[in-house]
Design a protein around this ligand. Structure first.
Ligand code: COI
Length: 368
């Protein structure tokens, strides 16, 4: 049962909002993560006091002491969600309770304080209501307002221990396609030198450190002409885990869609779990299990695996075209727009999120 929020985000509107004409230029071609709405939400947790100082204020630089613990020990977590403006002007978000629950799990793993689901949701409602004009029209295409809640150790202290002061912040950024070329198949580089996460580590948490650990491999991917890297398990370097910033599915010619099982070092993506649920009504058979790299390579070569796709809040469903390694590569999906199955899943998901199809599962929560 949902509770009432205990935090009230008091709104102080900035007098210098971006002019409508300039905002419309941004909304017409938002890209990903480059422009931010006029305001942000903030709250501060102090040991012994709990959460307080909740407010909506002008988006702008944060003041931090150079000794703030997050700058030294990376005690930080985040989430990624989207707000969609439906045809009647109402604004909705997708399965926010799943993000709130993961935020709580990540907080636990990074020794950060829990934030109640209702307070988390209240911050989304308060910011989106204040910056309503920044939510793109989602009735066609995939445009949305990307919401980025995060929490970090803001205490000025250099000892290694959980911070006694933590800041929560929510920013919003109009978003189109995550990949700069728009929706076209991406190529993947197999990272043979770097692991993203290990057993007992933070791989299942959505913390900045996991993404920092993916960047050296991302550079390698770029050097080999690829868009993203694929990480293998850190023990045997044999089984696929996830990409630098998204989960992955393989499509088999018999209608199975297979994704790596959750091992503790893989992020439990909300898009990933939604696809597993949607699969049956799309006449697909979902499977979660270990998938060796060898299975992917040989299956793509033999035609047993007909497609592969990346998925995540930011990327939605993005087809994979090529899988590349040190001395070879294989096509892992059709040329051009991407495969039939990835397209079907992408459209079904987007149709629900944007209000173009009925939300029969109660996945949408109205924000405004
Ligand atoms: C998301 O899909 O929301 C992500 O977190 C991926 C990436 C932009 C970090």
């Amino acid at each position: 049962m949902s509770q009432s929020p205990s935090l009230a985000f008091e709104v102080t509107e900035r007098p210098d909002r971006l002019a409508e004409a300039e905002r419309n230029v941004i909304l017409a071609n938002p890209g990903f993560g480059q422009k931010f709405s006029d305001h942000m939400a903030l709250a501060v947790w102090r040991k012994g006091e709990g959460w307080g100082d909740a407010r909506i204020t002008a988006y702008g630089p944060l003041q931090l002491e150079p000794s703030a613990a997050v700058l030294h020990y990376a005690q930080e977590i985040f989430e990624g969600m989207k707000a969609y403006k439906h045809a009647d002007g109402s604004v909705w978000t997708f399965r926010p309770e799943a993000n709130a629950a993961r935020f709580a799990r990540s907080a636990h793993r990074l020794a950060l304080p829990a934030m109640e689901e209702e307070d988390f949701l209240e911050s989304l409602r308060a910011l989106v209501k204040t910056d309503l004009d920044w939510v793109p029209d989602s009735t066609t295409g995939e445009a949305s307002l990307y919401l980025r809640p995060f929490m970090f150790a803001s205490e000025a202290f250099l000892g290694v221990r959980p911070a006694a002061e933590v800041t929560y912040c929510l920013i919003a950024s109009p978003a189109g396609s995550y990949f700069s070329g728009g929706l076209k198949p991406v190529s993947l580089w197999i990272s043979e030198h770097y692991s993203r996460a290990g057993i007992g580590g933070t791989g299942a948490a959505k913390c900045g450190g996991n993404y920092a650990a993916s960047l050296a491999a991302q550079i390698e991917a770029g050097e080999h002409g690829c868009d993203q890297s694929v990480f293998l398990d850190s023990v045997e370097q044999k089984y696929i885990e996830e990409l630098g910033g998204m989960n992955v599915f393989l499509v088999y010619k018999d209608g199975r869609i297979v994704t790596p099982e959750l091992t503790g070092s893989i992020l439990e993506g909300v898009t990933r779990s939604s696809i597993l649920e949607l699969a049956k009504e799309l006449d697909l058979t979902p499977e979660e299990r270990r998938i060796s790299l060898e299975e992917w390579r040989t299956g793509a070569e033999s035609g047993e695996i007909t497609e592969a796709f990346a998925c995540g809040t930011a990327a939605v469903v993005t087809p994979v075209g090529r899988l590349v390694w040190t001395d070879g590569e294989v096509r892992t999906g059709p040329e051009g727009e991407g495969g039939e199955v990835a397209t079907k899943i992408r459209e079904s998901l987007l149709d629900i999120q944007t209000g173009r199809a009925e939300d029969t599962r109660g996945w949408l929560t109205r924000l405004v």
